[in-house]
Design a protein around this ligand. Structure first.
Ligand SMILES: Cc1ncc(COP(=O)(O)O)c(C=O)c1O
Ligand SMILES: N[C@@H](CCSC[C@H](N)C(=O)O)C(=O)O
Length: 453
């Protein structure tokens, strides 16, 4: 297995797309050479070369709206074309041309992958059918007999993979540590390195975690993992690259569930791996092509559209979340609030040093499952649903919903309580959202008091 991208030359932020293409053998999104060039193509070429120089200095917000990369489109369409095709007519029987089959590569997917690689300062990016498909591909980097190190507070689907598939179907050792403690990570890596033990080949980090928003030191863990030759993958679904860029902090792979903030409208399932280093890119691409878990052209197109407004949406959502967290912290029915942007968060300073916002996901405890259930069910604007990162505000009870597949004894051991409520703040008016929570809390308080009599 490749051991990360530390040996790649050049600074990440200034690497050109051409370099990226050559690193991971992705094909440039141009029409096959046999297509006739139009005068518009020439115009586009000129503009593209002007943009090449601007890329490094322009902000992510601007790069997302203007898209870093362009197809060599004869009509210069503002919205990118959807290449809704499975196959491509080849220049000849022995010449594949830039694309031959959409599992192997598709121009709309290439646009999305290049856009993600650009904003994450990665050498390559790969779009998958879901976040879990992306994580499953990362798990392919580990061979039977080797170990994966993961945190205690992680997404329920990832826990299901690590608890049921990795050990039973793939022959991997899985060890969970408190990722907020770098010493525990170091000790596990050292133990794995000892003679006769299963060496740790992959460290899987979530920060902030789903659902308790725990914050881990991405740079410190990446440094210690590298000393032991382990690949670091950060599940960045809660921050997305707008607020946190794990590769800049030393990670080898940044994973984002595109189902969440990238698409942003609860209408896409997808996952992205942004990757550093040619060897890792090649290995991930090999599995994406060989196993066929890529994102479809239409989903890629929706994700590309989502990317254009991602910064705007996320900023508004985070602003709303900060107000909701303050409301919750002041409410007498609330026992504990988890939000990475609150001063009372145990790792607020660490979070502020590696991310630019508290984000829009909050969880809280009331101490009573019934009170929590009433609050969740009495809200009118917050949709009761799994997932997060949508323009619509969402509310859920993780132990019964997103984390229901985590065995009850593991949830108990890790202090994941049944009364935990998770909120994903949307872009609605904050006055309406707080008003809705106020009435839901008031209703729950009354109902719980009546039930107690
Ligand atoms: C933190 C985290 N990682 C990964 C995933 C998996 O993403 P997807 O649902 O797109 O498969 C989810 C949610 O599902 C998640 O919350
Ligand atoms: N029934 C689904 C639950 C998906 S949870 C989605 C999301 N990551 C969240 O945290 O809400 C399953 O079994 O995977």
């Amino acid at each position: 297995m490749a051991s990360g991208g530390a040996n790649v030359t050049g600074t990440r932020s200034t690497r050109s797309l051409a370099h990226r293409f050559s690193l991971c053998r992705r094909r440039a999104p141009t029409f096959p050479a046999k297509k006739k060039k139009s005068m518009f193509t020439t115009r586009g070429d000129l503009r593209a070369s002007a943009q090449e120089g601007d890329k490094v200095s322009r902000s992510i917000q601007t790069r997302l709206v203007h898209m870093t990369d362009k197809l060599d489109d004869p009509f210069d369409s503002v919205a990118p074309p959807i290449y809704q095709t499975a196959t491509f007519n080849q220049p000849g029987a022995t010449d594949f041309g830039p694309y031959d089959y959409s599992r192997s590569g598709n121009p709309t997917r290439t646009l999305l992958e290049n856009q993600m690689a650009d904003i994450e300062n990665a050498d390559g990016a790969f779009a998958f059918a879901s976040g879990m498909a992306a994580i499953a591909t990362v798990m392919r980097l580990v061979k039977p007999g080797e170990s994966v190190l993961a945190g205690n507070d992680i997404y329920g689907g990832t826990q299901r993979f690590l608890g049921k598939i990795a050990p039973n179907k793939q022959g991997l050792h899985v060890r969970h540590v408190d990722m907020t403690k770098v010493d525990e990570v170091r000790a596990a890596l050292e133990e794995g390195a000892a003679e006769g033990n299963a060496p740790v080949k992959l460290v899987l980090i979530e920060s902030p975690t789903n659902p308790r928003l725990e914050v881990c030191d991405i740079a410190a863990i990446s440094a210690v993992a590298k000393e032991h030759g382990a690949v670091v993958c950060v599940d960045n679904s809660i921050m997305a690259p707008i607020f946190q860029r794990p590769i800049d902090l030393g990670a080898d792979i940044s994973m984002t569930s595109a189902t969440k903030f990238i698409a942003g409208h609860s209408d896409v399932t997808g996952g992205i791996l942004s990757v550093v280093g040619k060897d890792l890119c090649d290995e991930i691409y090999f599995h994406q092509n060989a196993e066929g878990n890529m994102m479809s052209p239409f989903e890629c197109w929706l994700a590309l559209r989502g990317l254009k407004t991602m910064a705007l949406r996320m900023e508004k959502q985070a602003e709303n979340a900060a107000r909701i967290a303050a409301f919750l912290e002041a409410h007498p029915m609330v026992k504990r609030v988890n939000y990475a942007g609150l001063a009372s968060h145990p790792n607020s300073a660490l979070h502020a040093s590696q991310a630019s916002s508290g984000g829009s996901i909050i969880s809280f405890e009331t101490g009573s499952v019934e009170a929590s259930r009433r609050i969740v069910e009495d809200t009118k604007l917050f949709k009761i649903t799994v997932s997060f990162g949508s323009v619509t505000s969402l509310i859920s009870m993780p132990c019964y919903m997103s984390h229901a597949s985590v065995p009850a004894e593991i949830r108990r051991e890790r202090g994941l309580v049944d009364d935990l409520v998770r909120i994903s703040a949307g872009i609605e008016s904050i006055e309406d959202l707080i008003g809705d929570l106020e009435q839901a809390f008031a209703g729950a308080e009354k109902a719980v008091a009546a039930g107690a009599q």
